[in-house]
Design a protein around this ligand. Structure first.
Ligand code: SF4
Ligand code: SF4
Ligand code: FES
Length: 224
C-alpha cells in the first residue's frame, strides 16, 4: 500500500513524514531528539508530563503555539521548532518542577541535568512516583490487567488499585514494575537538598546503551 505523507518543517528541515504520525514519531524517525517522560512506544500517548513540548506554527511559522509532541499529529505545512528559546524555557521549568517533586527518581535527575539545572528553587519533596501513568497503560493495554488507575487530585493524586486491594484481574505479571521509572536505581551524585550533580551533562550524545531512550547517564558503559 502506498505510504501517505505530509510535508512538515522540523527545526528548519523540510521533511516528508507519514500521515497520522505524531510530531514526536516524525522527529524520531529523522533522528531528532525530543525528551520524553510519560511516553513509551506501543502505549497510548498520555500527554501528562509535557516535557516533550514543541512550538508549532503554520504559514511559515509566524503565529505559533505550544503543544505536546507525543500527542499532536503532523499536518501538511506545519512548522515545528523543538529547541526554540520559548521551548527551552518551558522545558526547564517543567524539569525543575519534576526534579523538585522526585529528586531521587533517575529520569527526573537526567532530564534536569540535561536541561542544565544544577539548583532547584522549589521545596524538594521525595516522591518515588512521578505520575507518568506508564504502569496504568501497560496494565490496561498490554497485560489485560485493568488493575491500576489514578485516584485523587492535586497533591493527593496517586496510582492505586481499586479500593487499594489487588483485584483478580491482576495476574502478578509485573508489567507495571517493568515500565516504572521510579524503580530504576537513581544517580548517586545528589548530596545536598536542592543541589543536582549534573554529571550526565558532560555526555554530549545519547549513549547507544541507553535502553530507556532518555538521556546520557552515569553508567558503566559510559564512564565519565
Ligand atoms: S502485575 Fe497486576 S497491576 Fe501490574 S501490570 Fe500485571 S496485571 Fe497490571
Ligand atoms: S508508579 Fe511508576 S509507572 Fe506508575 S505512574 Fe508512578 S512513576 Fe509512573
Ligand atoms: S512525553 Fe509527551 S507529555 Fe510526556
Amino acid at each position: 500500500m502506498e505510504r501517505k505523507t505530509v510535508n512538515v518543517t522540523i527545526d528548519g528541515r523540510s521533511l516528508d513524514v507519514e500521515q497520522g504520525s505524531t510530531i514526536l514519531q516524525a522527529a524520531r524517525e529523522f533522528g531528532m531528539h525530543i525528551p520524553t517522560v510519560c511516553y513509551m512506544e506501543n502505549l497510548t500517548p498520555y500527554g501528562g508530563c509535557r516535557i516533550c513540548v514543541v512550538e508549532i506554527g503554520y504559514d511559515g511559522g509566524s503565529k505559533t503555539f505550544i503543544d505536546t509532541s507525543c500527542t499532536h499529529e503532523v499536518k501538511e505545512g506545519m512548522v515545528i521548532q523543538t529547541q526554540s528559546p520559548r521551548i527551552i524555557r518551558a522545558r526547564k521549568m517543567l524539569a525543575e518542577l519534576l526534579v523538585a517533586s522526585a529528586p531521587n527518581v533517575k529520569i527526573a535527575q537526567d532530564i534536569a541535568a540535561r536541561m542544565g539545572l544544577l539548583k532547584v528553587r522549589f521545596p524538594m519533596e521525595d516522591n518515588r512516583c512521578i505520575l507518568c501513568g506508564l504502569c496504568i497503560r501497560m496494565c490496561y493495554e498490554q497485560m489485560d490487567g485493568k488493575a491500576l488507575g489514578f485516584v485523587g487530585r492535586g497533591m493527593g493524586r496517586k496510582v492505586s488499585m481499586p479500593f487499594e486491594v489487588r483485584p483478580d484481574t491482576c495476574h502478578l505479571c509485573r508489567g507495571c514494575d517493568y515500565v516504572c521509572p521510579g524503580v530504576i536505581v537513581p544517580c548517586q551524585g545528589v548530596t545536598d537538598p536542592g543541589e543536582l550533580c549534573g554529571r550526565c551533562v558532560r555526555i554530549e550524545e545519547m549513549p547507544s546503551c541507553c535502553s530507556m531512550g532518555t538521556f546520557g547517564c552515569f553508567c558503566e558503559q559510559n564512564p565519565l
